[in-house]
Design a protein around this ligand. Structure first.
Ligand code: ADP
Length: 301
């Protein structure tokens, strides 16, 4: 199974170009779509979920054209939208059962088995009689996954699922996602690098509606080894360092400012080499230093 996206573009009536000629091939397995807020991730997810149309371009799920075969795609799709806002005073069991009916599971006995299995899978079985309206953020997201998995979908899209979850719930949610079969396409849209680092074997970075990087996380991390340098500086020096070096990130660490610099060779005194991770890949891509997995050189001082 493969999802092939070719030249998708979308401009909203406000004039915002949310998608700008997006082409991506997404294989079976967990695919991370990473990008900052406003990059166009949700627009792309909604388009792939057949909820809105692009202005131009195509997307095919194997041979199925998702623009012209929306019903077919919907039967194969599980979707957890960013704003899954349905938390009524209904028990988790009854609500999931209701969604199952909507998904076409009309055999009572089979439906009961499916609903109970999903409640077990998402660790909600012991709260199945509680109102989803009273669920915590993490429980809601797990319920969201339960409804997305109804009907054994082959394409599963989850949009920003871990935003707002505490660390423990995030780990729990990651474990749940990683148990979804490797033969399905799972697209995880997120602005959190750690989500992709933990879960995905393929990824893309999008920014301002364009794909700026694609590849496999481990290979991309390999490609930046030896090029990421770190140094502690005074906060007041940041602007000066940014002018002089290709600073890809700065963060407070134990009250001090730690910068990461991208450079092919040792940038100078005070810098030491550091093991690059996916966050360094992401920030290097956002700084325009990596393209589709290939380093494009650097501006070392
Ligand atoms: P992301 O999911 O990466 O945060 P979105 O797809 O939500 O990005 O948004 C991409 C851009 O399109 C943003 O500038 C956003 O403000 C704009 N946008 C999103 N939805 C709409 C809409 N329905 N109408 C107008 N502009 C929109």
């Amino acid at each position: 199974m493969e999802l092939r996206i070719q030249h998708l573009s979308k401009k909203y009536s406000t004039g915002v170009q949310a998608l700008n000629d997006i082409s991506l091939t997404i294989p079976a397995g967990m695919f991370g779509l990473l990008g900052p807020n406003g990059a166009g991730k949700s627009t792309l997810m909604r388009t792939l979920a057949t909820l809105q149309d692009a202005d131009s371009g195509t997307a095919h799920l194997d041979a199925i054209d998702i623009r012209t075969h929306k019903d077919t795609v919907r039967r194969m799709l599980g979707y957890l939208p960013q704003d899954f806002g349905l938390y009524p005073k209904v028990s988790a069991y009854d609500l999931l059962d209701h969604f199952a009916v909507l998904k076409g599971l009309d055999q009572r006995k089979e439906r009961k088995e499916v609903v109970e299995a999903l409640l077990h899978q998402t660790n909600l079985y012991n709260v199945k009689n509680k109102h989803v309206g009273g669920f915590s953020g993490g429980m809601r997201q797990r319920f969201g996954i339960a409804q997305a998995l109804l009907g054994d979908p082959q394409l599963i899209i989850v949009d920003e699922p871990t935003a707002g979850l505490d660390p423990e719930e995030r780990v729990r949610f990651h474990n749940l996602l990683s148990d979804i079969g490797a033969d399905k396409i799972v697209i995880l849209s997120t602005h959190i690098v750690e989500d992709v680092a933990d879960l995905c074997n393929h990824m893309a970075v999008i920014d301002k509606g364009s794909v700026i990087l694609t590849g496999q996380p481990l290979q991309l991390i390999d490609q930046i080894q030896g090029k990421i340098w770190k140094r502690f500086i005074d906060k007041a020096e940041l602007a000066q360092f940014q002018q002089q070096y290709q600073v890809i990130s700065s963060r407070l660490t134990a009250g001090r400012t730690l910068i990461h610099v991208y450079a092919d060779a040792h940038p100078g005194e005070g810098f030491s080499t550091t093991q690059g991770d996916l966050e360094d890949v992401y920030f290097s891509a956002m700084a325009g230093l990596l393209q589709h997995g290939a380093a494009t050189g650097s501006r070392a001082a």
